[in-house]
Design a protein around this ligand. Structure first.
Ligand code: CP
Length: 302
């Protein structure tokens, strides 16, 4: 059978995604109870990072260890990928040595190209287009704290970039309504938006958050955009998420941010102290949701 890949949320069915979210919760409970669960003994994950990471790397590395397997960290400086070895050659070599590959790359086609020729599962660890692993953690966090997200209202404020794109995919796959408030110059890609009837652009952050169940933002300058930082600060003025903005959402609304954050830019300095903010629970759930993903892709579900 051909390997399954996780390049976007659309690679899995809604039922598979729901199962992964539930399984992430089960793995979190097992971990908290100190119950060992090591179905990946003898398995190896190669992690190719062309961009820096804290959460994604640690979650995959710790996750493989906890599941009984092993993870190998590769960055361009330490591998022949950085000296021009073709992605297809690398994919064939890795497939002969490891059981799955995770790739973080700015160019989305690096990951799709890898997956197209890989006989082992390929996981998108974030590209300029999508960040599906983060959405698994976000959906697990909402389910854990508020129950099913199906039929709920989610507000995305800020840059119509990879996190926004993945929220658009998630709206369709998990069945929630998504309102997106971005500056006109930083809207999500039209093809991504067009694929989800349940996601729509709105004029202002206040309109987006009205009676929302979940409010989400991301940094104004993502990895690879540091030289645009000043122009972006001007473009995103008025798009900061604050406790006052959250007051327009439902009283029980949650706030999420994939981190790292820039306090004083996309979030006010006090937002993470607000009880509606669950950003550190969300970050911690990267571990459990990625363990569920590894289990699934490596055929190790109980
Ligand atoms: N949210 C996220 O992907 O964090 P890292 O960049 O630290 O992996």
């Amino acid at each position: 059978m051909d390997a399954r890949h996780f390049v976007t949320l659309n690679d899995f069915t809604p039922a598979e995604l729901a199962r992964l979210v539930a399984r992430g919760g089960e793995l979190k409970r097992l971990h908290a109870e100190g119950q060992p669960w090591r179905p990946l003994v003898g398995k190896t994950l190669a992690m190719v990072f062309q961009l820096s990471s804290t959460r994604t790397r640690v979650a995959f590395e710790a996750g493989m260890h906890q599941l009984g397997g092993h993870a190998i960290f590769l960055n361009p400086a330490d591998s022949q990928l950085g000296r021009g070895e073709p992605v297809a050659d690398t994919a064939r070599v890795l497939a002969g040595m490891v059981d799955a590959v995770m790739i973080r790359a700015l160019q989305h086609d690096v990951v799709t190209g890898f997956a197209a020729v890989s006989s082992i599962p390929v996981i998108n660890g974030m590209t300029a287009r999508f960040h599906p692993c983060q959405l698994l953690a976000d959906m697990q966090t909402f389910a854990e704290l508020r129950g099913p997200i199906q039929g709920r209202v989610v507000a995305f404020i800020g840059d119509g970039y990879n996190m926004c794109h993945s929220y658009i995919n998630a709206a369709r796959q998990f069945g929630f309504r998504l309102r997106i408030a971005t500056p006109p110059t930083h809207r999500p890609d039209a093809d991504v938006l067009a694929a989800a009837d349940c996601a729509r652009l709105v004029e202002t952050p206040a309109e987006a958050v009205e009676n929302a169940d979940l409010v989400v933002t991301d940094v104004w300058s993502s990895l690879g955009q540091d030289d645009e930082a000043q122009a972006r600060k001007r473009a995103f003025a008025g798009y900061q998420v604050t406790p006052t903005l959250l007051d327009g959402a439902k009283p029980e609304a949650l706030f999420m941010h994939c981190l790292p954050a820039h306090r004083g830019e996309e979030v006010s300095a006090d937002l993470f102290d607000d009880p509606r903010s669950v950003v550190f629970t969300e970050a911690g759930n990267r571990l459990h949701s990625q363990k569920a993903l590894l289990e699934f892709l490596l055929g190790a579900e109980p």
